[in-house]
Every structure is written in structure tokens, then in C-alpha cells.
Write a protein that binds this ligand. Structure first.
Ligand code: FAD
Length: 467
């Protein structure tokens, strides 16, 4: 019987999966394969929170395949070697996968594709992750965009949402010997730090669909305004599901296509930011480790300071909204977008630590850690990246707190030591030393006004030097 191999990667779903769909259309049976090869993603091997998610997402996919009569064959080792084994075992003449965009993976996939072609194996590659492949949006001159607004205008003009490909009811499949158990990959942490993750998340395609349904029923109607208020649950929390491809942005765009509200438009625009990050990563792959705006190569960051970094990581900065965000991150593996910007601005501008220090910490602790979005988020906030976020715009965590968490609900949820602090002091408890003492909460690790002035000074020097 004719067999095709489906190589699952970060497209861990059955619905709207172009690779799976194409394989099932062309072959009498398919062999479903997952290969664990984190070394091939160096220097950005998946972090601890991310592999926690992966474990559960693979388990959910294996269960879903099983109910359709198929098996997820799990291997660990070099991708090319494992694929070769699968080809020999199945006598397959064709392989199907969906594209990823991280620079190390792009290079690996190109190599594998070339080798397979040499051996006469057909390769079919689909797009399960983005609204558009990153090379589709083009400036008038034919190049990549560096600014979001024209990028998004270009994407909007081309976007014609289509009904998603249905999930197959039955998957005629074959077995390959030598597959290992998901448990054998040892993806779960053994220190119990993930204890609260289960309360917040249900990895897998069903969890993603449920999350989308509940967001569409409740969060969306106030999304445009609510999305900036971290105490409210107005955003979708779909980011880890999107990262692992348990749901794709095209499926979401289809669900929104008859909704002409400002809220739906605003939500779709955020998915646009996700495509934009991948567009930047694809065209400027070096930016995972280097400034997109090369003028910043001359900027003088403070020397890496372990003590400073630890206070930021362990939520002991003495700035309530920053500490609240860092605790939300540690406890749930996720942080609200507005607060991500505040903690990132505080680290890169007030503490003047390099944005890569923050990016690395996020990488290890976020369940939605995503090289495109994380790089873009850090570079944007640090002012070294694309778009109009100049360095001199330094977020003030006190005024931002007052504006977006006016009653301190978010702060008190994550920093319960501050529960009794009166509303007017909740974002600046140090203004009353008595209040601070009673709360058993640290004083700010740095003076906000002074550190802001000193960062602006360093920025001015860089500007003069790069003239
Ligand atoms: P929603 O508001 O419901 O948005 C829907 C989806 O749109 C999100 O799930 C996400 O996929 C996408 N999206 C939303 N905002 C952005 C954005 N600014 N840039 C790109 N895509 C966006 N997002 C990640 O997925 N992984 C990361 O590693 C990551 N790191 C970040 C680091 C920093 C410093 C900053 C400022 C932002 C980062 N973001 C990252 C972007 C954003 O904070 C999250 O995508 C968002 O908070 C996820 O919550 P949500 O699913 O409820 O978002």
C-alpha cells in the first residue's frame, strides 16, 4: 500500500492542518511522526515552560490520532536520521510537513529538503502557522516591511478568510517500529514549579478550541479597551496554543470574518502583529541576537549584573506592577501584554540591562515563548527594533499602573503583601514609609526619575556618536 509520512512539528492539530490534509488526499495511508531534536534549535532551544507545554500537547495529539485509528510515532535524535529510518520502515516516497520560521530550523529544513530530493522523495510543505507566508507581504519596492502599519494594510488587502480544512474522521495509518513514549522525552520539570500551570492551561487542540470559544463569547466584546487592563481577562490567552500550532490564525480569521465590530478588527490586528514578527524574523534572522536598528550597536548598556537581574526575575524590584507581572509569569508561565512591556522597559531602560537578558528569562519561563514574538517584543520595548517606539519613550510604571490598573486589583492579586495598601499608594507604596514597613515589601531598587534621566543621557550620547 502507498504510504506518505506526515512530520508533525509545531502544528499539533488535526483540523486545518495542510500537511496532514495533503498526505491523506494523496496516499492510502499515512505514518505520523514527531521528532524531538532540541539541539537543532541552538542557540534558542525550547525553555523549561515551553517543553512542559510540549509534553501535554503531544499527549493530546497522540490521543486525538488514536481515536481516528492512527498512532503518533515519537523519536528522539537527529531529524534527518529519524526521517530516514521512517522512510526505510514505511517505504514512503513522500513527506509532508508545515513550515517553521526560526533561523536554525529554516537552515535545517532546507538541508533535509535537499537531501530528500536527491533520494527522489517528494516533499510537500504547508503553511499552518501564519495568515501569510512571510515573503508574501511586500513593500512597493518589493522588499520587506519594517513598520507595522503599512505591513498590516498590505495584509488586510490580501486577506480572504477561507473555511478551515476539516479534521479527518479516520486516518488509515501504519506502524513504525522503534517509536518511544512521550514520557521518555523527559520534558516535565522535576522541581514542581509547574504545579499551578494545570489550573491555568489545557494544552492541545481541544483546549485551544475551547479557549477560542470562551474568548469569543466573553472577552471579545470589550477587547479593544479591555486588552490593556491586566486585571481583566479580556485577552484570549491563545498565545501558547498558537505557538504550538494547536490552532492557526487562519482558523481564527475565519471565525471573525462576519464580525465587523471594532473589537474583532482590533483582535485580528494583534494576529497581524504575530505575522509581522515572523515577517521580521524571516527577513532579518540575525535579530534574535542583534539589534534590528544597528545604530544601537553603539549604545552603552550597563554591565550584566547578576544581582540586579535576580531581583527583577524574582519579583523583588519594589515596583508593584513590575513585581506583579514577574510573579504572574513565574506562577502561570504567562504575563499580560501591557505588563510585559512594563517589565521589559524597566529592565532595559531603568536598569539598563541588555534586552537579551530579559529575552532569555522570558524564553525559559513563558509557556508561549516564541522566537519571533519574543524577539520583536523585546526589541520593540528596548527601542532597538522595528516601528515607532523610540528609545526616549520610557514607560513610567507608576503612571502606567494608575492608568491600566487603577484600583490595584492586578497588583494585589499577585503581590498580596500589598493587599492593605490604600488605593492612592498601591503603585507607589514607598511614598509612605509606614505603609511600606507594614507591608513587608521592599523599597524600589532604583530611583525611577534618576534612572530615566540617565538612560536618556546614554541615548543622547549614542545619537551624537552615530552622527
Ligand atoms: P491576545 O491579545 O488575545 O492576542 C491574540 C494573539 O495575537 C496572541 O495570542 C498572540 O499570538 C498575538 N499577539 C498579541 N500581541 C502580540 C504582539 N505584541 N506581538 C506579536 N503577537 C502578538 N508573544 C508570544 O506569543 N510569545 C512571546 O514569547 C512573547 N514575548 C513577548 C515579549 C515582550 C517583551 C513583549 C512586550 C511581548 C511579547 N509577546 C509574546 C507578545 C504578547 O505579549 C503576547 O502575544 C500576548 O500577551 C499573548 O496574550 P493573548 O494570547 O491573551 O493575546
Amino acid at each position: 500500500m502507498d504510504t506518505g509520512i506526515v512530520w508533525f512539528r509545531r502544528d499539533l492539530r488535526l483540523q486545518d492542518n495542510p500537511a496532514l490534509d495533503a498526505a491523506l488526499r494523496s496516499h492510502e495511508r499515512v505514518a505520523c511522526v514527531y521528532i524531538h531534536a532540541p539541539d537543532e534549535e541552538t542557540p534558542w532551544q525550547p525553555g523549561a515552560a515551553s517543553v512542559w507545554w510540549l509534553h501535554h500537547s503531544l499527549t493530546a495529539l497522540a490521543d486525538a490520532l488514536q481515536t481516528r485509528g492512527a498512532r503518533l510515532h515519537v523519536f528522539a535524535g537527529k531529524s534527518s536520521t529519524m526521517l530516514h529510518r521512517a522512510i526505510v520502515a514505511t517505504k514512503a516516497r513522500a513527506i509532508y510537513w508545515n513550515r517553521l520560521y526560526e533561523p536554525a530550523i529554516v537552515e535545517r529544513d532546507k538541508r533535509i529538503e535537499r537531501d530528500l530530493a536527491k533520494r527522489g522523495i517528494d516533499v510537500t510543505i504547508g503553511n499552518a502557522a501564519l495568515l501569510f507566508e512571510p515573503w508574501v507581504p511586500k513593500t512597493k519596492a518589493g522588499g520587506p516591511f519594517k513598520v507595522f502599519t503599512p505591513f498590516w494594510r498590505n495584509v488586510r488587502e490580501q486577506l480572504r478568510p477561507q473555511p478551515p480544512l476539516p479534521a479527518p474522521r479516520k486516518i488509515p495509518s501504519m506502524r513504525i517500529k522503534g517509536s518511544i513514549r512521550i514520557d521518555d522525552l523527559k520534558l516535565l520539570p522535576n522541581i514542581g514549579w509547574d504545579a499551578a500551570f494545570h489550573k491555568h492551561w489545557t494544552p492541545g487542540e481541544r483546549g485551544a478550541q475551547r479557549r477560542l470559544a470562551s474568548f469569543l463569547a466573553r472577552g471579545l466584546k470589550d477587547y479593544r479597551k479591555g486588552r490593556d487592563h491586566p486585571a481583566e481577562r479580556s485577552t484570549s490567552s491563545l498565545s501558547p496554543h498558537l505557538h504550538f500550532g494547536e490552532i492557526g490564525p487562519r482558523q481564527i480569521a475565519w471565525r471573525l470574518h462576519t464580525n465587523h465590530s471594532v473589537n474583532a478588527a482590533s483582535f485580528l490586528r494583534e494576529l497581524g502583529w504575530r505575522d509581522f514578527s515572523h515577517h521580521l524574523l524571516f527577513h532579518f534572522p540575525e535579530t534574535t541576537n542583534r539589534n534590528l536598528n544597528r545604530k544601537f550597536d553603539k549604545f552603552v548598556w550597563s554591565r550584566r549584573n547578576e544581582k540586579i537581574l535576580r531581583r527583577w526575575q524574582r519579583s523583588k524590584t519594589g515596583i508593584p506592577i513590575v513585581d506583579a507581572g514577574m510573579r504572574q509569569l513565574w506562577t502561570t508561565g504567562w504575563m499580560h501584554n501591557r505588563v510585559r512591556m512594563l517589565v521589559a522597559s524597566f529592565l532595559t531602560k531603568n536598569l539598563r540591562q541588555h534586552w537579551l537578558e530579559g529575552a532569555r528569562w522570558f524564553w525559559d519561563t513563558l509557556v508561549d515563548a516564541d522566537l519571533a514574538n519574543n524577539t520583536q517584543g523585546w526589541q520593540w520595548t528596548a527601542g532597538t527594533g522595528a516601528d515607532a517606539a523610540p528609545y526616549f519613550r520610557i514607560f513610567n510604571p507608576v503612571t502606567q499602573g494608575k492608568r491600566f490598573d487603577p484600583d490595584g486589583v492586578y497588583v494585589k492579586r499577585w503581590v498580596p503583601e500589598l493587599k492593605r495598601v490604600p488605593k492612592k499608594l498601591i503603585h507607589s507604596p514607598w511614598l509612605d514609609p509606614e505603609v511600606l514597613k507594614r507591608s513587608n515589601y521592599p523599597a524600589p531598587m532604583i530611583d525611577l526619575a534618576e534612572s530615566r534621566a540617565s538612560a536618556l543621557d546614554a541615548f543622547q550620547k549614542m545619537r551624537i556618536e552615530s552622527r
